[in-house]
Design a binder for this molecule. Structure first.
Ligand SMILES: Nc1ncnc2c1ncn2[C@@H]1O[C@H](COP(=O)(O)OP(=O)(O)O)[C@@H](O)[C@H]1O
Ligand SMILES: CC(=O)OP(=O)(O)O
Ligand SMILES: [Mg+2]
Length: 393
């Protein structure tokens, strides 16, 4: 019997998970990864690391509960007798109250739930699996880790909006997201002896953002108060003139629900291409609108890299991560071409092969490709929190 931690990473398009074995050193080692897809073809995919053999469980309902029950059953019985000692959850918004990993008691879950208006697309998706796990295993410690936490080091003026002061006091400020992904990349840069470099990290997934970091601290980011701000995303618009919103409300008589739907679900790559919010589809498409969507996506990334380099006072390192960042050689090449004036130069062959370092020898900026791994960051936080709890008892 082996002690294990389950990590659930609920994103906007699926739930990714990891199973981590914890031995005496309390250092989590990944044993399996996978995804839980809901919606039209609900299924659970599990990939044990050692066997390198993917198993797919087709789910009957589109319910999350069925998938999580099947996953826990598989961990405890199908996958070599593991004993779950804790479960970690990615929570997108921690507001001004939550920074450190927290034990998810009923009152904490309600407090996290009350932040839903700040992240209406994500927070319910973070909370739903927590509630399922609490019901399924009431005695199991459930630990929440926050996407906003890594950005708490962003100082004024980068964290301010130019609104009257009372709004800042009411919590209207830049929070920033994808923090668990940035924390992982910060650790990797540290391991490579590059922690002190002026780095911009591009997390390009279904949601997309950039982070300016140095010495493992976030100094600026493109997402703001909500996960709508900044870059063009799969279905989200990113930065937009707020005058457009006033116009749509006032003159096109849009309701708040319609506006929410437009900005979160119908814009971004999907809106511009009129075809798909998925980069793989757009790269395969012959439509000029799909090309235009990719062009705008790239243009805005390059523009914001330059803005964040300004916050850093220069650029030593550019790192691509997450679905598009890790797998799209086309997007990386197009972004880097727009940054040639900053001394960015990539090696085409390395880029095509998604090498860990894709910069050319002559490049003034180190350009890297690293996998996103929010799950290991959460597993480490959970192991630490669980150790603290057992020390206390
Ligand atoms: N081989 C690939 N080439 C281009 N884009 C890819 C590839 N693989 C995945 N992607 C894109 O990555 C995005 C999803 O990224 P991911 O980080 O998994 O998202 P999230 O965690 O936000 O759900 C999608 O737009 C998808 O098309
Ligand atoms: C915060 C955010 O945009 O997350 P995701 O990329 O999972 O949608
Ligand atoms: Mg993600």
């Amino acid at each position: 019997m082996c002690d294990a931690i389950l990590v659930l990473n609920a994103g906007s398009s699926s739930i990714k998970f990891g199973v981590y074995d914890v031995g005496k050193a309390n250092r989590p080692v990944v044993a399996a990864r996978g995804t839980l897809e809901m919606g039209a073809s609900p299924r659970l995919e599990v990939n044990p690391i050692e066997a390198a053999l993917q198993t797919t469980f087709i789910l009957q309902s589109d319910g999350l509960a069925e998938g999580i029950v099947a996953l826990v059953e598989w961990i405890e019985h199908g996958f070599g007798n593991r004993r779950l000692i804790a479960c970690g959850h990615r929570i997108v918004h921690g507001g001004t109250a939550f920074f450190n990993p927290v034990l998810l008691t009923p009152s904490v879950i309600d407090a996290v739930d009350s932040l839903t208006p700040l992240a209406p697309l994500h927070q319910p998706r973070s909370i739903a699996p927590i509630r399922v796990m609490v019901e399924l295993r009431p005695q199991l410690p459930q630990i929440g880790c926050f996407d906003t936490a890594f950005h708490r080091t962003i100082e004024a003026p980068a964290n301010r909006f130019a609104l009257p002061r009372e709004y800042v006091e009411r919590g209207i400020r830049r929070f920033g997201f994808h923090g668990l992904s940035y924390e992982y990349i910060a650790t990797r840069l540290d391991q490579a002896g590059k922690a002190d470099k002026r780095s911009v990290v591009a997390h390009l997934g279904n949601g997309a953002s950039l982070c300016a970091m140095r010495n493992k601290r976030s100094l600026d980011t493109t997402m703001g108060f909500s996960a709508l701000d900044g870059l063009v995303m799969g279905t989200r618009c990113g930065s937009i003139d707020p005058g457009v919103l006033l116009y749509l409300l006032q003159h096109e008589k849009m309701t708040l629900n319609d506006l929410h739907d437009l900005l979160y679900e119908r814009s971004g790559l999907l809106g511009v291409s009129a075809e798909s919010g998925d980069m793989r589809d757009l790269e395969a498409s012959a439509s000029p609108h799909a090309r235009e969507a990719i062009e705008l996506f790239v243009f805005r990334i390059a523009r914001e890299v330059a803005a964040l380099a300004n916050t850093l006072g220069g650029l030593d390192c550019l790192v691509f991560t997450a679905g598009i960042g890790e797998h799209s050689a086309v997007v990386r090449k197009a972004v880097c071409e727009r940054l040639t004036w900053m001394g960015v130069k990539i090696d085409d062959d390395k880029n095509q092969h998604h090498a860990e370092v894709i910069s050319a020898n002559a490049s003034a900026v180190h350009v890297g490709v690293l996998p996103a791994d929010e799950e290991i960051v959460i597993a480490r936080h959970v192991a630490r929190a669980t150790l603290l709890r057992s020390d206390e008892s």
